[in-house]
Write a protein that binds this ligand. Structure first.
Ligand SMILES: [Zn+2]
Length: 456
């Protein structure tokens, strides 16, 4: 297969397909087919499609060469596949999104793919959402109807393809279409319940040591911020491993992670996980980013939960971090309402006190070993900090947009130093309780544990 024939086929494929073969579009598609031939001649073809895959490589389908065509009335999304695969397509509102669920797929696409706006699609993302399941999420610039979604089998030299045709619609029609799924048969079916990853229930244990949940932010389809070729999800995961090691080495704590690999976890599930584990402390790890041309902020910040953000930057950051579920294509309208319960409310207030206490300890311990933001303890409405009965903080380790911060955050010496300081803060936080457990002081009370303060 040569790049030329491949692209020509693609052009013909686009031009020849029924919904797009309308008279008004014919000239456009001819032009497109010519252009794609040129592009095809210039760009090398992804290896997966240029040669017969080895049996091992064939085990996981490969998706590559994603492209958008069309305009604000009709837009087509096409992605090549090494083999025809199953899919489920549906839409989500607020913001308008199209979700394509796929079995496990390896995406072989150049960095930056999906960031350019075209027609009805503002941007698209792809990646693993849970073990054995991949997803493509498109942000729409306007409400649109999923006119057709289909997979074309590979023929001769042409790879298989997934094709999504979008037609502009209005909000009412979009909302009516929610809850309908399109499957390969072409049949629309009523949407099943959202697939959410299940956590293994905590084993009953006589281990009374405080349980700390470390929560490396983002993962899988959600990379977090990306700067200097470093994705936030990897940066915070690497740090969490060092912190985990420090905490476990002390022998004083049990440590569990919300994710142990590069996979997506909805924000709600992170909170639920901490509660189900009866965690005594929840530490979410992130890295900050400044919008372009907005100064050169640096330094670590510890966040606690608050309905009212401590400042505008904090509000904007919380909004950005809370977008994680939108990015991964989670239906936010399915989120359970906040529980209104006076007992939960009391617990929440008590928990808030402990969260603040830990945040202060953290800032004090970290101050001598790394650069802090000029205002290192802030608060905002981070959804991941909402557990009413688990003291929770979110640490923005530094700014990936600052080359100096990025250099620190990717250095092993810095990770060791900061993890050690955070470990000291954890020690200080639990010291009263640990002393109490040893009988050294009957008066001092440690932080109330989740299990000890739960509403019935
Ligand atoms: Zn983040």
């Amino acid at each position: 297969v040569t790049a030329g024939t491949f692209s020509l086929n693609f052009g013909r494929f686009l031009a020849g397909s029924r919904p797009f073969a309308r008279a008004g579009h014919a000239a456009f598609w001819r032009l497109l087919s010519g252009l794609s031939l040129l592009v095809g001649l210039i760009c090398a073809q992804p290896a997966a499609f240029a040669q017969t895959p080895t049996p091992a490589a064939a085990a996981v389908p490969v998706a590559g060469h994603a492209r958008l065509a069309g305009d604000g009335e009709r837009t087509r999304f096409v992605i090549d596949l090494s083999t025809a695969i199953d899919f489920t397509a549906f839409t989500l509102a607020d913001p308008y999104r199209v979700i394509i669920d796929l079995p496990q797929v390896r995406f072989d696409l150049p960095p930056g793919t999906g960031q350019g706006e075209r027609g009805l699609v503002r941007a698209f993302r792809y990646g693993q959402v849970m073990p054995g399941a991949a997803r493509i999420v498109m942000d729409l610039s306007a409400p649109a109807r999923l006119e057709r979604v289909f997979v074309v089998e590979a023929t001769g030299s042409e790879p298989a393809r997934l094709v999504v045709d979008l037609v502009r619609g209005d909000r009412d029609a979009f909302l009516r279409g929610l809850g309908t799924e399109i499957r390969p048969s072409g049949a629309s079916v009523q949407k099943r319940a959202e697939r959410t990853p299940r956590f293994e229930p905590q084993k009953r244990s006589d281990d009374r040591r405080p349980l700390i949940v470390l929560d490396p932010g983002h993962g899988g389809i959600d990379s977090g911020t990306i700067s200097g070729g470093v994705a936030e999800k990897d940066l915070v995961f690497d740090f969490s491993q060092v912190l985990r090691e420090r905490l476990e080495r002390s022998g004083r704590y049990r440590v569990v992670m919300t994710r142990r690999e590069d996979r997506f976890i909805p924000l709600n599930d992170r909170v639920k996980f901490a509660r189900e584990q009866n965690a005594d402390l929840f530490i979410s790890l992130h890295a900050n980013a400044l919008p372009a041309h907005e100064g050169s902020a640096r330094g670590l910040i510890v966040f606690t939960l608050s309905d009212r953000a401590s400042d505008q930057d904090a509000a904007r950051l919380a909004e950005q971090e809370n977008r994680s579920d939108v990015i991964a294509g989670i239906d936010l309208t399915q989120e359970p309402d906040e529980i209104a319960d006076i007992l939960i409310d009391l617990t929440r207030r008590e928990t808030m006190g402990f969260s603040h206490q830990f945040a202060r300890l953290l800032v004090n311990e970290v101050r001598p070993v790394t650069r802090l933001h000029q205002n290192p303890h802030k608060s905002a409405g981070f959804r991941v900090l909402r557990a009413p009965d688990v003291p929770s903080v979110l640490v923005e380790l530094g700014f990936v947009t600052s080359p100096a911060d990025l250099r620190l955050m990717t250095s092993d010496a810095w990770r060791q130093r900061v993890a050690e300081a955070m470990g000291e803060a954890v020690d200080a936080f639990f010291r009263p309780r640990l002393l109490g457990a040893l009988g050294a002081s009957g008066q001092e009370r440690g932080p109330v544990t989740a299990s000890g303060s739960q509403a019935p």
